[in-house]
Design a protein around this ligand. Structure first.
Ligand SMILES: *Cc1c(COP(=O)(O)O)cnc(C)c1O
Length: 365
């Protein structure tokens, strides 16, 4: 039995007629960028997450960068964030010339809010928590600190589309929330796409000009910008897939429950979900003893698993070349040696998941 960690082909086959119709309709219309359909989709996002404004962009990475830019973050500023993330989180900070300042994670792989305050300096301008795997960080604590020290909050909610905390959608707690619709996220386009939301209209208006070359009309360049627009085709596919997102997340959450039920062993830790959390599970990351050997064993048994990631961000060459070895983050360094993402995608059968559980148990026996 073959078990894959992601199955985009299966997803396409399930939706093929609808997707081809959307593509056909858009191409037939002859309008592929900057069309009214995009604004329409932005309204759908606002409604889904309950935010006042949305700006569609061509990636989550650009959304992060533009959120920082819109806040005027610049050289000499510091942004507090987590070392357990995809590199884009700090790449965006570096590209506006600010410095990422890492705070170690807690057992759930999210930023440990108890350790944030000691990292705040006169240069700190933003706290950028990452809702890793779609689990919302302790936002109450982060918002308290932001208020106390007059800081902005940008949520890296790239993985948190469809995640809630006390019924509030991820990405809507802070000043700006950014999202990715990369093909490997639950809410995925057919290529790169992203967007951000904010209740502050000023940020969105600035970004809407910046993402379109800084043009305020066809012949008037207000500022120098970039080209980072979401294509109409992707906006229409996402509009369609937004109606399916709840169902997909439910199926993934059910799969996680199967693991909890069948995989009650001490060598493999499945982080708890608090009752306030409703997690999207873009990834299902367990913490395994003998992780590398386990992964090898699973592979020999045709079970795919992935390591997100084997290194925290402060240990990458690019970071060390720029900032030296300035961080010691023991929990991140320990947990990156244990993390393993297991297959939970929405097309798996219960039988497949039981098979994975059996193999994991036989490995440890
Ligand atoms: C995917 C991801 C990003 C980057 O999003 P892209 O759309 O691929 O640019 C940023 N942060 C996190 C946490 C992510 O998972």
């Amino acid at each position: 039995m073959n078990v894959n960690i992601i199955d985009l082909k299966q997803r396409y086959l399930e939706e093929r007629d609808d997707i081809l119709n959307i593509i056909d309709k858009t191409l037939t219309s002859g309008s592929l960028v900057m069309t009214p359909e995009i604004n329409d989709f932005e309204k759908d996002i606002c409604k889904f997450v309950n935010s006042k404004n949305c700006s569609t962009l061509n990636s989550g990475t650009d959304a992060l960068m533009m959120a920082l830019w819109a806040m005027g973050i610049k050289e000499g500023d510091e942004v507090i964030t987590s070392p357990i993330s995809f590199v884009a989180t700090i790449g965006a900070i570096i590209h506006v010339k600010a410095k990422p300042v890492f705070v170690d994670v807690d057992d759930d792989l999210n930023i440990n809010t108890k350790l944030i305050e000691e990292k705040i300096t006169s240069k700190t301008k933003v706290i950028m928590p990452v809702h890793w795997t779609g689990r919302i960080c302790n936002m109450n604590k982060i918002l308290d600190l932001a208020k106390k020290y007059n800081l902005k909050v940008i949520e890296d909610a790239a993985q948190a589309m469809g995640s809630f905390y006390n019924n509030k959608h991820g990405g809507t707690f802070g000043d700006i929330g950014i999202f990715s619709a990369h093909p490997l996220k639950n809410f995925n386009a057919i290529g790169d796409s992203g967007f951000l939301v904010s209740d502050n209209k000023d940020y969105i208006e600035k970004i809407n000009v910046f993402k379109n070359h800084g043009l305020i009309s066809r012949d008037n360049v207000e500022i120098f910008g970039v080209n980072s627009r979401m294509d109409t085709i992707n906006s229409q596919i996402l509009k369609y897939r937004l109606t399916k997102l709840e169902n997909i997340i439910n199926r993934r959450r059910n799969n996680v429950e199967l693991y909890r039920k069948y995989l009650n062993i001490k060598e493999l830790k499945i982080p708890e979900c608090k009752k306030e959390e409703y997690n999207s599970f873009v990834m299902f990351i367990v913490q395994a003893e003998n992780r590398d050997q386990l992964q090898k064993y699973l592979k020999e048994n045709d079970i795919e698993s992935l390591i997100y990631y084997s290194k925290p961000l402060h240990l990458h060459k690019a970071y060390k070349d720029k900032f030296g070895n300035d961080s010691f983050l023991p929990k991140s360094e320990l947990l990156t040696s244990k993390v393993l993402a297991l297959p939970i995608h929405q097309h798996l059968t219960e039988e497949q998941i039981l098979h994975v559980c059996e193999k994991i148990k036989s490995f440890y026996n």
